[in-house]
Write a protein that binds this ligand. Structure first.
Ligand SMILES: *[C@@H]1O[C@H](CO)[C@@H](O)[C@H](O)[C@H]1NC(C)=O
Ligand SMILES: *[C@@H]1O[C@H](CO)[C@@H](O)[C@H](O)[C@H]1NC(C)=O
Ligand SMILES: *[C@@H]1O[C@H](CO)[C@@H](O)[C@H](O)[C@H]1NC(C)=O
Ligand SMILES: *[C@@H]1O[C@H](CO)[C@@H](O)[C@H](O)[C@H]1NC(C)=O
Ligand SMILES: *[C@@H]1O[C@H](CO)[C@@H](O)[C@H](O)[C@H]1NC(C)=O
Ligand SMILES: *[C@@H]1O[C@H](CO)[C@@H](O)[C@H](O)[C@H]1NC(C)=O
Length: 464
């Protein structure tokens, strides 16, 4: 008599990049052993070689284009430099530099920048040109390849290993108690907060540049952890205007692939045009927005109220957050206009802010989304303007501050269940100096960051 635990999980949501690992654990009464095998992750050297050849070819072609276009723009030369840099770094793999030493994020950023350049180039030539279109397709192909290569990145393997550790723990339990866990859904424990909080985070993964472009450095993005049942997934990208204050519109993408390719965006506008004037009353303010159950929650423009818009019905509702300081009174460190910061965790929606009464210390309120009102409020001991950003996991608030221009530190926690605060020291590598928005998604247990206009994610590693 034996049973099996099948353990599947998907590293990435994107179908192009989906990899399924399967760990088969079987246990027999006689032998009483539970073997667990680690998946064998081969390093795709051949793909790396192909990438190298491709990027070489691309470099030569870009040079050709440049010669034809003449002294079109200096920025093209810069991107050519970057491309050559990229080719050189990829060549390092051949001469035996360890695979994990390659920084995939930088690779991806560079290719991303090249893509932007090619897009600009395409726009500046007043007629469409086949060879430029081809160039664009090839840059796109390389982007996908970098993403695929990244799957063998050490950090991802760490996350895999953590999930395997959790499997081992369950097997151990079943061995000791002699009982068979009926449902072997290993994710259930994590989803039900059966862990002791955040232990570490992976390296950042740059997903994409926001749809408005590199100049739009303020904003937020994420994935709805519980989208409407009619939709499998909903990604939202909400860059603010250049003033770093006004949220006028946002884009929705119903697949990861669409998000990566900027394809099939659904635009939602919050500003209205009435009799020769713009009406911004339904617009948002600051980068604290988050999407939950098909509603985007945000600070209503110029007020201390909470707004939410149903992404399908497009109806805007608002509720007053009495006492909240607003209009840039106690914003986050290095980020303006983020007085109200929404967060979602396993238990629902929260809003983080400060009040005059709290003397600028962070205040946490739990929001009841059916009545759209405050359920309960906690006052922490941390001064909000000293914090870069904050998010919630399992009822615990985690706050960050910069350690230096390249590293952010999760340095403060506040547990709403016990009222106790703590001081972890978990470091996050940044892709750009300022963190405009940081939120946790309980569905995939990743952190979503908007930094310097880029959409970035981190895997969270928990204390088990
Ligand atoms: C898992 O192990 C069981 C028993 O050894 C076997 O019957 C089953 O085919 C295995 N499944 C996979 C997916 O390897
Ligand atoms: C070249 O590109 C940069 C930004 O990419 C832009 O600021 C500049 O105006 C461009 N120069 C010309 C001559 O088009
Ligand atoms: C494109 O057209 C605009 C006017 O329509 C002109 O000013 C510009 O010089 C043209 N650019 C190129 C590269 O031909
Ligand atoms: C497109 O560009 C190539 C080289 O860059 C050039 O030879 C060709 O004439 C261009 N075609 C058009 C339609 O402009
Ligand atoms: C946390 O993760 C980083 C890489 O993201 C790693 O360098 C570091 O050693 C980890 N720290 C701990 C305590 O595991
Ligand atoms: C949330 O609001 C709904 C509707 O007003 C109410 O029925 C429910 O009890 C509230 N939930 C909590 C936890 O207060």
């Amino acid at each position: 008599e034996f049973f099996c635990i099948y353990f599947y999980f998907i590293l990435c949501t994107c179908s192009v990049r989906a990899v399924v690992y399967n760990v088969n654990c079987s246990l027999t009464e006689k032998h009483n052993f539970c073997p667990v095998t680690l998946p064998d992750i081969a390093i795709p050297v051949r793909r790396m070689e192909k990438l190298e050849i491709l990027s070489h070819g691309l470099s030569a072609r870009l040079q050709q284009q440049l010669a034809l276009i003449g002294e079109y723009n200096v920025s093209l030369m810069e991107s050519l430099q970057e491309l050559q840099n990229l080719a050189r770094r990829v060549r390092m793999v051949e001469v035996g530099v360890s695979f994990s030493e390659l920084d995939f994020e930088l690779l991806r950023l560079e290719v991303q920048r090249m893509k932007t350049t090619v897009v600009e180039l395409r726009a500046s030539l007043n007629q469409s040109n086949e060879s430029i279109d081809k160039l664009y397709d090839e840059v796109q192909e390389i982007l996908v390849m970098v993403s695929q290569l990244e799957l063998s990145d050490k950090q991802n393997i760490m996350v895999v290993q953590q999930k395997i550790r959790s499997l081992r723990k369950r097997v151990q339990e079943c061995r000791e108690k002699g009982t068979v866990p009926v449902k072997s859904d290993l994710e259930t424990g994590l989803r039900n907060c059966e862990h002791e909080g955040l232990l570490n985070v992976s390296k950042p993964k740059v997903v994409q540049l926001n749809w408005r472009g590199a100049n739009y450095k303020y904003g937020g993005w994420g994935m709805d952890p519980s989208p409407a049942s009619s939709k499998k997934e909903v990604y939202w990208v909400a860059p603010l205007n250049l003033d770093g204050r006004l949220l006028e519109s946002f884009h929705l993408y119903t697949s990861y692939k669409d998000l990566l390719l900027y394809s099939n965006p659904i635009e939602r506008r919050l500003s209205k045009y009435n009799v020769n004037t713009w009406d911004y009353r339904d617009c948002g303010q600051g980068s604290g927005m988050v999407m939950y159950r098909s509603h985007l929650y945000y600070n209503c423009y110029g007020t201390r109220s909470l707004c939410r818009v149903d992404i399908d019905a497009k109806v805007v509702e608002r509720t007053l957050l009495s006492k909240a300081a607003y209009n840039n009174r106690f914003s986050y460190l290095g980020v303006s206009w983020q007085d109200l910061d929404f967060a979602v965790d396993e238990s629902g929606l929260w809003v983080l802010y400060a009040t005059e009464e709290s003397l600028g210390k962070l205040v946490i309120s739990k929001i009841n989304v059916s009545s759209f009102s405050v359920e309960q409020t906690w006052v922490t001991t941390q001064y909000k303007p000293e914090v870069t950003n904050a998010f919630m996991i399992c009822g615990v608030m985690y706050a960050t501050r910069p350690k230096n221009t390249g590293v952010e530190e999760i340095f403060y926690t506040f547990d709403t269940k016990t009222g106790k605060h703590g001081s972890p020291a978990v470091l996050l590598d940044k892709v750009s100096e300022t963190v405009q928005s940081l939120s946790y998604n309980p569905a995939d247990r990743k952190l979503y960051m908007y930094s310097g206009g880029y959409e970035v994610t981190y895997e969270v590693i928990f204390k088990l």
